[in-house]
Ligand binder design. Structure first.
Ligand SMILES: Nc1ncnc2c1ncn2[C@@H]1O[C@H](COP(=O)(O)OP(=O)(O)OP(=O)(O)O)[C@@H](O)[C@H]1O
Ligand SMILES: [Mg+2]
Length: 367
């Protein structure tokens, strides 16, 4: 299939989107700008508003307030069939009484395109999803992954400017899902199409997307490249939702502006260094966040002391749980092959990290 030119046609934007269902604000003031040809994942736990945002972009739900733009044009109130978008959902929505080729050609038929052209394009779309030769099959003679590829072929056959996908891989087993993640990403790059992809799986979002928009309770928490979200989470919610994080409550020893290194007195004892994410006043309550793979353990020598209470071996890494006293526990992850010594239960250790690896959030911060 020909590569679509990346132009502003494929730009998608929502401005101050609000959608209420009775008293529930499913989407609560979300603004997001997706560039033409960009792959953006909407990531969040169940009920965070992902599908509702996608439905507003598609035109299957109208917002309570706010705006939806596609290609710079306000389509907030335009009917779905006037938006020229491709859609793929979690459940296979193929027509069981049609062959694979007829399924794929169906959107073209709806658009009044003649038989010969329909067949030519359906065959090209089949090739794009690497199922050439499957055109005459019935859809119930296909595996789950093949059915999702057919659904994808049907969504791109009329060369829409934007492809919307809602958990399209969640019904597939792990290996096939991982294979399809890369396949869809490569296809998106080849076609130059804009993709908005809904998932609650952080690894899937990080693997596939140029940028990830993290949602919680209908609110946008942070939008950024996978690396930015992981390395510099803006809120405790993002720090806890993407990857694993140790949280320790404490107080700022002195005032610090966002981005400054500060000393923190941990609740329950111990003074450590961290970088302030939010502005913090002297004595302000905070939550310190540090990734398990950034926590270092060393033989006890008068630092922040703890006791190893559990070692969990998982092949690729070993997770050690150290108790700091006062119910505080810190997880440290040691990758296999680093040559680090084994720690055993009951061993006294010092727990530390580089100041830049610990992030201090104001205690009232979201999440
Ligand atoms: N048609 C509806 N009527 C009433 N409430 C709704 C409706 N659709 C969604 N909601 C509510 O809006 C909120 C957001 O729902 P939404 O389906 O957008 O979440 P989601 O992030 O897609 O979740 P999931 O991962 O479970 O699919 C939820 O609290 C849900 O119960
Ligand atoms: Mg959903």
């Amino acid at each position: 299939m020909a590569r679509n030119a990346v132009n502003s046609e494929g730009r998608v934007a929502v401005h101050d989107l609000v959608k209420r269902f009775g008293s529930v604000a499913a989407v609560d003031g979300v603004s997001l700008d997706v560039a033409a040809g960009e792959f953006v994942a909407l990531l969040g736990p169940s009920g965070s508003g992902k599908t509702t945002i996608l439905m507003a972009i598609a035109g299957f739900e109208y917002p309570t307030s706010g705006r939806v733009e596609i290609g710079g044009e306000d389509v907030t109130w335009a009917p779905a069939n006037k938006r020229n978008l491709g859609m793929v959902f979690q459940r296979y929505t193929l027509f069981p009484h049609m062959s694979v080729a007829e399924n794929i050609a169906f959107p073209l038929k709806m658009r009044g395109i003649g038989r010969v052209e329909r067949e030519r394009r359906a065959l090209a779309a089949l090739e794009t999803v690497r199922l050439a030769g499957y055109g005459e099959r019935r859809t119930n003679q296909l595996s789950g992954g093949q059915q999702q590829r057919i659904a994808l072929a049907r969504a791109i056959v009329y060369q829409p400017r934007v492809l919307l996908m809602d958990e399209p891989l969640s019904a597939l087993d792990k290996n096939l899902r991982e294979e399809m993640q890369l396949e869809i990403k490569h296809l998106q790059q080849q076609l130059g199409i804009t993709v908005v992809f809904v998932t609650h799986d952080q690894t899937e979002a990080m693997t596939m997307a140029d940028r990830v928009a993290v949602l919680d309770l209908g609110r946008l928490q942070q939008v950024g490249a996978p690396r930015d979200l992981y390395e510099a989470p803006a809120t405790p919610f993002v720090a806890g939702f993407i990857g694993e994080t140790n949280f320790l409550p404490g107080r700022a020893v002195a005032a610090a502006a966002a981005g400054e290194t500060l000393a923190v007195d941990l609740d329950g004892g111990g003074r450590v260094a961290a970088v302030a994410v939010d502005r913090l006043a002297a004595g302000a309550a905070l939550r310190l966040a540090v990734r398990p793979e950034r926590v270092r353990l060393a033989p006890s020598a008068g630092g922040l002391g703890g006791t190893v209470v559990e070692a969990i071996y998982a092949g690729v890494a070993t997770t050690l749980i150290a108790e700091l006293g006062g119910e505080r526990r810190v997880r440290a992850r040691i990758a296999a092959g680093t040559g680090e010594r084994n720690w055993s239960d009951g061993e006294a250790v010092d727990v530390s990290w580089r100041p830049e690896d610990a992030r201090a959030f104001a205690a009232g911060a979201a999440g």
